[in-house]
Design a protein. Sequence first.
Length: 736
Amino acid sequence: MASALDDDTQRSIAEGRDTAKAFLRSIQKDLQKVFVVFLFGFLLSFWALRVYIWDWLRDVTESNMSPAVAAEADIIATTPFEVILLQAKIGLIVGAIIAIPPLIYVTRDELRARGMWPRSPVARWKLAGIALLGAVLFTAGVAYGVFAFFPLMFGFLAEFGLEADIQPTYGIVMWTEFIVFLSLSFGLAGQMPLLVTGLSYAEIVQYETFRDKWRYAVVAIFVFGAFFSPPDPFTQLLWAFPLTALYGFSLYLAKLVVTAKRSSEQIDVPGAVRNHWNVVGGVTLLGGALVYGFYEYGGRAAVNGVLRHPLVDSTWRFLEPGAGLGVDPATALGIYAVAWALAFAVVATLWAVYTDLDTTSAGYQYGDPTAIDVSELDAAGVRAAPADAFAEMEEERSLALAQAAMEDDEPEKAQAILDRFDEANDGDGDSADGDASGGGDGGDDGGLMGSVRNRGSRAGSTFLAEFTDGDGEAAEDDIGGYYKDLKFILDSLRSGSFRIVAVFGAVMAAAFMWLYLGGLGTVRGDLERRVPAEVEGGINIITLHPVEALIFMVKFSVVIGIFAAFPLVLYYAWPALRERGFVAGRVYQVYLWAGALGAGMVGGFALGYAYIAPGLIGWLVTDARLADMIITYQVSDFLWLVIYTTVGIGFLADIPIAMVLMNKAGVPYRVFRERWREATIATMLIAAVFTPSDVVTMFLATVPLMAAYGVGVGALFLVTFGGRRNLSPPAEFVGR
């Protein structure tokens, strides 16, 4: 039987296999040493976890909890071998990490002989400095998470859970992974200055991109913090402010190295301090004075009063100067003042270096046109800039600068950038068209928008041509009309996008705040009161993951927000849907849809909450109690069971209603009857995504949904007389 690989591929694989064998034979005598290092790291980690680390992590978790809350918090193992296997996994990872440096060291000669050893033009001391800085930043990020963020976060989560009558009982694997991964995230976030500086220096990402998009970076930081930290403002700010400041420091370092590279100038720190001695000296004195005033004029007492507030109850306190150090207060205060004065002096020196480097760059002092930062010019400056500044510019860069100018509401500057780029590179076509259309007037057929559209069209056609062997127009036809239909419908939502987002956000926030302020405990208590009397002691609800309850609240709030915004989306999309032939009838039918689906949802929810949910939960807990079991449910499983048996009933009731409404909108009875297989597959996919990762629960969700679908088909059979008289003629899309 012939091989599926050609001769060249087989030869390459054989050569690689031979090289690997020779490589391993050459270092065989040193592999034992590497293995000893690995074994040492493994055993040391295993022993340290067992003797010290678990207790230390427990102390970190409970350090900001009150004694009553800490007494209720537990770390549990859910399987017999969970702890020892976790220790072994961590030991293997730590051992492998520790063994990597000696492995690289013993293989350096073989790597160098095979040309696999990097030949960097950067001096070794500079590489060592970068590595040291990276290690310091990583350590600082992890330390911030462990000693500042985690104590406040765990204290909040445990107290919030107890207020909702949810036991803070964390599974050891989930608890450890939560601490480790979030600590790593802080450590990696600490590498932001090196990452931004490296990308800017190598010109993989332009420094101007990081600088111009700082607003998006700040918004992303706050949004990420809102989703992955507790909802109280103090903890969110504790997450977002350090990362925002770190992004600013990253921009500073990137500006230094990029400007120095472009101007070929050395950074002169003493010279910068001499040029700005007054600012550096003033800031230094200010730093010392602020610390002195903080301790001498009531600042320490005021901050300690805030730290004692119930919302930010913390064990941290600002002690008197020298307390615990064996130094008298006056001497300690002097040391504090000098230390902070030096810190302020460092910041002022960084500013002085930045200022001097910016004003001594080639573009500023020597007139190098290629070093001019076009993004910092206004429209007149762009038109007056030398042509060389645009001759060296790439088209993607010019489009990015024009887009940034448009976002800053400077269309004249954006048009000037595109015109100057065209003049410097080809001198025809687009520039003339732009001038003829009125410059930066933003016309549809010319000017800035026309230029950008033409460029985008060229790029899109090029992509399609490459994708389809050169026939771009054929590719557009092959894609079909559904993409255009979808784009047309989505474009129709733009006019109401603000209202849609506002309704979604308001309903989501209201649902979340209701759950957060006691709704979660209210629902749980109300259902528990209706549990049969045979169950003594009630139902214990626990959180195996520290943020499990918060994640549930966010997911549930998002679902409620989507349901609330759906009628508004339907209202704004209906004209486009009708024009494209997807639905029939006037827009007033949206009110019928919203009313019918809302009534079905409310009625099904009332039925589920009043009878189905308490009956099912009561049967489950009674069955467990009669088997002499302790009833302890994970909070997410219990609450999703409540959702499925309340809101889920409303959703099941809406399926037949929606099918009748869709028939009235132009979807004929035969489509529902003949496409039941596709509906089943789609339902199973949705159930696999939105139910717990279990085959049984997937089928438990799929069977009722398909039963509701069958009820809908039966209802349509009666309403349409077996499909002979649909409520509306078939829509155009059915025949596509």
